[in-house]
Design a protein around this ligand. Structure first.
Ligand code: EAX
Length: 324
């Protein structure tokens, strides 16, 4: 082993002490769910991939904020870099996105993921730019199911008269109104208190959200309606992305793809174990649901969606098939 002369050692030390600290750029990502969730898995994968790819020149800070509309507003005005959010309130900012919120539009996860990864999904992401937002990548919340504290729901008739919390989403509200429920839109932050106080009887969310937020503690009945696929997104502030050097923007996009993979894998895992877990936690679960009856009960709402939303795009999505 070679001995470093004392002088040289001194010089090295001085250089190390005076060298400018590695300039680190901080990027803050907010999302509404616990870290141990499918959004947390996506955010963590984004953080790890970007920090690794840039040798620590970037630091991603992950924070929880359970008001999706507020986060999107903050990204739009530039006080927040990025958010992971469901499409719940997104249609209020980017109306074209509302087509993907139509109930029973997607047959299953493969159909939904395929459409969002296709040029249809890319075209919809392009609609964010004119609204002062950047739709970076499609993520996933999952197929939504109904829970309530009043009675088991086995058919559309059982929903009549239930006060159901919905996201701030007119497409979803129209569907619940058509089923005879009383939809009450509110931010996720208000959901649990509203269920505890009986302001609403029920709510609807994917299994990963129900499990991660212990909604079994405030809801007794779960019905696997699967009435709508709930996409999510990573949305960022355009100016923040513009400030990145081209190579770093490429690294950020690659990290976003890693986030998508981790998020979807977590949804798949939660879907495989979540229903049993909720039963184990004491929920009464209705698995046999005649979805055809729900679709029939929503016929009038579908006709309105065809008229008010992009009917041609709705049909294209419905008919989409993976290339053989
Ligand atoms: O995106 O508000 C909701 O019910 C959403 O599913 C939740 O915030 C996760």
């Amino acid at each position: 082993m070679q001995i470093i002369p004392r002088l040289a050692l001194g010089a090295l030390l001085a250089a190390a002490l005076t060298a400018p600290a590695l300039a680190q750029t901080e990027i803050t990502v907010q999302h509404p769910l616990p870290l141990q969730s499918h959004y947390g898995a996506g955010a963590t994968a984004l953080k790890e991939a970007l920090e690794r790819a840039t040798g620590g020149r970037y630091r991603v800070t992950i924070q929880r904020n359970d008001n999706e509309r507020e986060m999107i507003e903050s990204v739009q005005i530039g006080t927040l870099d990025c958010t992971i959010t469901s499409t719940g309130p997104v249609g209020n900012f980017v109306p074209a996105v509302r087509v993907v919120d139509v109930p029973f539009l997607f047959r299953d996860y493969a159909h939904a993921r395929g459409v969002l990864d296709s040029e249809i999904g890319q075209q919809l992401l392009g609609q964010f730019t004119p609204r002062g937002l950047t739709g970076v990548v499609w993520l996933e919340n999952g197929f939504r199911h109904l829970t309530n504290s009043r009675h088991a729901v086995n058919s559309p008739d059982d929903i009549r008269g239930l006060k159901v919390r919905t996201m701030e989403n007119p497409v979803h509200m129209r569907a619940f109104r058509a089923l005879g429920a009383l939809p009450t839109p509110m931010a996720f932050s208000e959901l649990v208190p509203a269920l505890q106080q009986g302001t609403v009887d029920g709510q609807e969310n994917p299994i990963p959200v129900i499990v991660a937020n212990n909604l079994n503690q405030v809801q007794r009945f779960l019905t696997l309606t699967g009435h709508v696929y709930s996409p999510a997104l990573l949305i960022c502030n355009p100016a923040m992305l513009q400030r990145l050097a081209a190579a770093d923007r490429t690294a950020f996009q690659a990290a976003a793809v890693a986030a998508q993979r981790a998020n979807r894998d977590r949804v798949t895992a939660d879907e495989n174990t979540g229903v049993e877990e909720l039963r184990r936690r004491g929920m009464t679960v209705t698995t046999e649901v005649d979805r055809g009856r729900f679709q029939t009960a929503l016929a009038a709402a579908f006709a309105q969606y065809e008229r008010e939303l992009d009917g041609a795009l709705l049909r294209r999505i419905r008919d989409w098939r993976a290339a053989q």
